[in-house]
Design a protein around this ligand. Structure first.
Ligand code: FUL
Length: 499
């Protein structure tokens, strides 16, 4: 080393500085991160994206009257769980891989699963635990015990309440919201439903009440209560502000799905929602979609649907069409009349959890070397190997003037894979509009999968293939791509159980 002399050393150090600090030989830019090109997520939304999968609990008088929408005249005496156990719900949810549970604290029928101070129409008037029970409290506790987050659904439409449709009902609704947000510990999501069918019991009036969904609820002031009391909670509704409805209940997110949305004029129950559900690349607000779907045809438990519980294959399909398209999955798992997740549903969920874990536990890309067509400012900070370093906060990026690029994964020996997972650095907004993945088969590139948007996560599923080289091409982007992850996975050989 000494014999090389001082001038050589200085030159080598200068070169090393250029490459590690990313000095661009092109010179047209520095080495800072790319700038966002539109809406970006808030910290509470980023935390929400990380959850990916959680459950919905639909449970109320409907469970006992065999209805989907109670009219509001159901006597509290019908609510008679015989073996209620919220710990069983939470245990099943955890085993399925869920990260939280959201409960219908009050559905459209108005019956409250917690002993609200503002009405007698609640568990307090039911025979269950002689009126001393609290479903919401028991679930919040069970979620804490099993490491799950806890969320609430409070139906704005209340077919029981005499004052529904008048300003006084809003006071009642907000009082209930405050009870739920102050009495049960941290809440991760508050779910505001847009449904409103008009007719109901309404304290005995038994009539049709139409409200103007755009103005009646004065949503901005209701949502402020959530911000004040649980600032970390995301607010879900057709209009966001944090999370939006995907626009269907079939368990499928849009193939091309933009997180951004123009929220102006939107509200829960917005009539032309299908026109806005996919988002838009130039939308002003970050409002990512959530896919809500039930494991059974109905949202509530019906004995007649015991043989229509989604199969494990169907659940995997739902997962890959929701989480795999950058949305979060809210899977409904309704308790039965005992107050338990039925055995058949529980078995499916556990088998599903095992299958997802077995497929995605080992990222084969970690053993590959990554190479990129370009690296932003030639900086190690944005180099190709950021896509498979196991750290989703780092990313491969190109210079600002490029909106295309390729990154290759190369393994020392061929591996077998059937899924690739792409993730964008979403703190820089959503950028990619089109990508393709090819695999090297006998020295030639063969198509594996192709798609459009990526966002938080895109699961690309193809035929199982043995290869030592994968190429991801970003073919079109709103701005220079920033790719956080390229992962490679293989679903283990099929086991017939539980399908
Ligand atoms: C809908 C409601 O009308 C259904 O009963 C269910 O709660 C679903 C999740 O949202 O709007």
């Amino acid at each position: 080393m000494r014999s090389l002399g001082r001038p050589f050393l200085l030159a080598a150090m200068a070169l090393a500085t250029m490459f590690t600090s990313g000095f661009s030989l092109g010179g047209q830019q520095g080495v800072g991160p790319p700038k966002p090109v539109g809406a970006t997520p808030s910290p509470r939304q980023l935390a929400w994206h990380d959850l990916q999968f959680y459950g919905f609990i639909h449970f109320t008088v409907n469970t006992y009257t065999d209805k989907e929408w109670g009219y509001g005249d159901e006597a509290a005496s019908v609510f008679t769980p015989t073996a209620f156990d919220a710990r069983q719900w939470a245990e099943v949810a955890r085993d399925a891989g869920m990260k939280g549970l959201i409960i219908t604290a009050k559905h459209h029928d108005g019956f409250c699963l917690w002993p609200s101070r503002f009405t007698d129409h609640s568990v307090r008037s039911s025979p269950w635990k002689s009126g001393a029970g609290d479903v919401v409290g028991d679930l919040a506790r069970a979620c804490r015990e099993f490491g799950l987050k806890f969320g609430v659904y409070l139906s704005p439409w209340d077919r029981n309440h005499a004052e529904y449709g008048q300003p006084a009902y809003l006071t009642y609704y907000r009082n209930q919201l405050r009870e739920l947000l102050t009495g049960y510990g941290p809440v991760f999501e508050v779910w505001f439903d847009g449904a409103n069918g008009g007719d109901g019991y309404y304290g005995g009036a038994r009539e049709r009440r139409t409200i103007d969904s755009a103005t009646y609820y004065d949503w901005e002031n209701t949502w402020r209560i959530v911000r004040d009391l649980q600032p970390q909670a995301v607010i879900f509704s057709d209009a966001g502000p944090d999370v939006r409805w995907v626009g269907n209940e079939r368990g499928v997110a849009f193939e091309t799905s933009w997180y951004a949305l123009n929220r102006e004029g939107l509200f829960p129950g917005y009539p032309n929602y299908s026109g806005v559900a996919a988002g838009r690349p130039d939308g002003s607000a970050w409002v990512p979609p959530e896919v809500d779907v039930s494991i059974r045809p109905g949202w509530f438990y019906h004995p007649s649907e015991d043989d229509r519980v989604a199969s494990v294959d169907r659940l995997v399909e739902i997962y890959e069409q929701s989480v795999g398209r950058g949305a979060n999955l809210l899977l409904n798992i309704p308790p039965d009349r005992r107050g338990l997740i039925p055995e058949i549903d529980a078995a499916r969920l556990r088998e599903f959890g095992r299958r997802i874990h077995a497929t995605y536990a080992i990222d084969l890309a970690r053993q590959a070397r990554a190479h990129a067509s370009e690296v932003r400012g030639r900086s190690a900070r944005f180099s190709a190997d950021r896509v498979n370093d196991g750290d989703p906060s780092t990313y491969w990026a190109t210079d600002d003037d490029l909106t295309t690029g390729t990154v290759d994964l190369v393994w020392p020996r061929p591996i077998r894979l059937d899924r690739l997972v792409l993730q964008e650095a979403i703190t820089l907004s959503q950028r990619v509009e089109a990508w393709t993945i090819e695999v090297d088969v006998d020295g030639r590139w063969a198509p594996f999968a192709t798609g459009t948007t990526i966002g938080y996560k895109r699961i690309a599923r193809g035929q199982p293939v043995t290869t030592a080289r994968v190429r991801v091409t970003i073919a079109k982007a709103l701005a220079s791509p920033a790719i956080a992850t390229v992962g490679a996975y293989l679903e283990p050989a099929e086991s017939p159980a539980g399908r």
